[in-house]
Design a protein around this ligand. Structure first.
Ligand code: TXA
Ligand code: MG
Length: 361
């Protein structure tokens, strides 16, 4: 039996019913909140609705989508052959992290109902069981596994508020379910346990450290997919081939800057950048948490947060916020690539056109 999350207010229930009916009866897409980022969902079993997803986002169709299920029960009932179980390599990890910000790869079994457009013709499909009650209720009420990429226009930062979805996709979809701010703020971790050693294809809401801890022997030598792909390789991780997570303003990333204030002053001087020609935003993070940068060239500053978890929660929202305030250049302070920091730095380095390494200055 599928356990439905308890939805207690009538308006939410009515809206969920409307959105679920849309998913069942039409090929339209619906945006909905998850604990990571907002998703743009359509039936993962029908080509037409998957086409509608790619079209709304303007996403290249060789970048495969994640299927979202409301329960392990639904996964087995709808997507796996009767005599097949989830591969044992995932057992401990799923017990620990599902529902939650983790996506696994499964083989495409003979007779699989998953649309070929979801997988971009790979012999695996990606699946995730989100923890957000609205996401799970929507999937359960439509009883449809939903293909759902992040609900941003392709190349833009992922949406962590309903208003971000509206900004990018207004006019392209009938409904956005508003569930407030997404708690995690970066996308799910994508793992492949079907290869040996297993791989992390995208760092995300569950850290590599936690996967190694929970996964036991099979996962202790897990390797991280390399960050760039040759033109002809199938796209194995997001952003390997395409511009990604980018606001309109240019992003410059600062790493290894013990005293970030100093590094930023030096950078502006060396590059001869000033406020007459360039509106500059500064996104401070852990090293900056207690002090402002006093520099007449900085137009505005924001705090990403003082822990990896906070930075991850705030990153995309702040990139969008300062972008909309019309800045030309965003200077962002990086964080350590441990725990939540790995996913944060993966997204920031893909958004950035330039990285300034404190070791060089
Ligand atoms: O947190 C998330 O995962 C969010 C929310 C909405 O659930 N979704 C999301 O989807 O980030 P998307 O489409 O933006 O990123 C999914 C990534 C793809 O870019 C792709 O690289 C990887 O997952 N992926 C999907 N299927 C795959 C496959 N069969 N093999 C390898 N990678 C795959
Ligand atoms: Mg995305």
């Amino acid at each position: 039996n599928d356990l439905l999350p308890v939805i207690t207010d009538k308006e939410t229930e009515d809206n969920l019913n409307i959105a679920a009916a849309e998913l069942v009866n039409t090929d339209n897409v619906v945006a909905f909140p998850t604990e990571t980022v907002y998703g743009l969902g359509g039936s993962g079993l029908r080509d037409e609705s998957v086409k509608a997803i790619y079209k709304a986002k303007n996403r290249p169709s060789d970048n495969p989508l994640i299927i979202h299920v409301s329960s392990i029960d639904q996964l087995k009932r709808k997507l796996l052959p009767e005599d097949v179980d989830i591969p044992i390599v995932y057992k401990d990890i799923l017990e620990r992290f599902w529902p939650g910000p983790l996506t696994i790869l499964l083989p495409i079994y003979p007779g699989s109902p998953v649309s070929k457009l979801v997988t971009a013709n790979q012999n695996t499909f990606a699946v995730r069981l989100p923890s957000h009650p609205v996401a799970r209720a929507l999937i359960a009420m439509s009883d449809t596994p939903l293909a759902a990429p992040s609900a941003n226009a392709s190349t833009r930062p992922s949406p962590t508020l309903a208003s971000h979805v509206y900004h990018d996709l207004q006019g392209k979809l009938p409904y956005i379910l508003d569930g407030g701010a997404c708690e995690v703020g970066v996308e799910s971790t994508v793992i492949d346990g079907l290869v040996k050693p297993p791989m992390i294809l995208r760092p995300g809401g569950v850290s590599v450290e936690d996967i190694k801890l929970a996964g036991g022997e099979a996962w202790k030598d897990v390797i991280l997919a390399k960050k760039t792909a040759g033109k002809l390789e199938p796209v194995r991780t997001p952003g390997m081939k395409y511009r990604h997570y980018s606001p309109t303003a240019k992003v410059v990333l600062f790493i290894n800057c013990k005293d970030g204030v100093d590094a930023i002053h030096k950078y502006l001087q060396t590059e001869n950048i000033n406020s007459k020609e360039t509106k500059i935003a500064l996104l401070r993070s852990i090293n900056f948490s207690t002090k402002d940068v006093i520099d007449s060239n900085i137009y505005l500053q924001r705090d990403l947060g003082s822990t990896g978890q906070q930075v991850s929660h705030n990153l995309f929202a702040l990139l969008r916020e300062v972008d909309e305030l019309g800045v030309d250049l965003i200077l962002a302070e990086g964080i350590d690539e441990t725990d939540e920091g790995l996913a944060v730095m993966n997204r920031l380095s893909k958004a950035a056109i330039q990285v300034i390494d404190g070791i060089d200055i």
